[in-house]
Ligand binder design. Structure first.
Ligand code: NAD
Length: 244
């Protein structure tokens, strides 16, 4: 693909789910992918498989809540592949629960990873992209950036924030493309950290109609594959059968 070939794409949360599927698909189409997440063994395994299949991939441990760590990831990408064309701020967590359970540590973790993580990705990559004269910021929000459900107040709040940050960056930018990806229900490891028993059951119900991560990776590929003058601002991708 003309506009994907040789692009250097940094992906956070690339050790599983949507991030992993996107890394594999983008590499298949000729991108040079830099995978970041906390689980290094899994990252190394995925990067090695991509290379075995003829792709170009590198990886590094990163906690997106830590700005210095995200800056190091961007420097690593520059050092390894010479530039950074795209950052896909995709890492996220979803420990859902009713507000009345007062799981304040979980609220804070969502704020730190889902919001601060995206801001850290922007802070680390924007100066590099501006110096290069262009770039592309892709953020994973959610259908939870459009609707709120019981148990999802804080998670949805973080995703509304991601939507707003993306839209603000888009309005302020002239040479940086900005894309918000809003997946509906996707079968991944997300939510494995739900500690509220009733909510675990609810997630199982929702996942009876779920997409595979590849459906979202295809949306990311579509956004990346456009010419520089075309900014795909938002893609909402739901299972056809899903009402919300
Ligand atoms: P996932 O759990 O498979 O992937 C999340 C990734 O983020 C993992 O690689 C995890 O290790 C990483 N991560 C978590 N905390 C991190 C941190 N502090 N630093 C670095 N990496 C960290 O789940 P997924 O569904 O692929 O999630 C990807 C994104 O998609 C998330 O932002 C999530 O909110 C969003 N999303 C998912 C769904 C869904 O139904 N699965 C729906 C809408 C939005």
């Amino acid at each position: 693909m003309k506009y994907v070939q040789d692009k250097v794409i940094v992906i956070t949360g690339a050790s599983s789910g949507i991030g992993e599927a996107s890394a594999r698909l983008l590499a298949e189409h000729g991108a040079k992918v830099v995978l970041g997440a906390r689980r290094t063994e899994r990252l190394e395994h995925i990067a090695a498989e991509i290379r075995d299949q003829g792709g170009e991939a590198a990886c590094m441990a990163v906690d997106v809540a830590d700005l210095d760590a995200v800056k190091s990831l961007i420097s690593f990408a520059q050092h390894t592949f010479g530039r950074v064309d795209v950052i896909f701020n995709n890492a996220g967590v979803m420990p859902l629960s009713p507000l009345s359970e007062l799981k304040i540590d979980e609220w804070n973790r969502m704020i730190d990873i889902n919001i601060r993580g995206v801001l850290n990705g922007i802070a680390a990559s924007l100066p590099v992209m501006q110096a290069q004269g262009g770039g592309h910021v892709i953020n994973t929000a959610s259908i939870g950036a459009h609707v709120v459900v019981p148990t999802g107040a804080v998670y949805c709040a973080t995703k509304y924030a991601v939507w707003a940050i993306s839209e603000g960056l888009r309005q302020e930018s002239r040479d940086i493309r900005v894309t918000t990806i809003c997946p509906g229900v996707v079968e991944t490891e997300l939510g494995h950290d739900i500690s509220d028993e009733a909510t675990k059951g609810q997630l199982k119900e929702w996942r009876k109609a779920a997409l595979t991560p590849d459906a979202i990776a295809q949306a990311v590929l579509y956004a990346v594959s456009q010419p520089d003058s075309v900014d795909v601002n938002e893609l909402i991708v739901r299972p056809t059968i899903s009402a919300f």
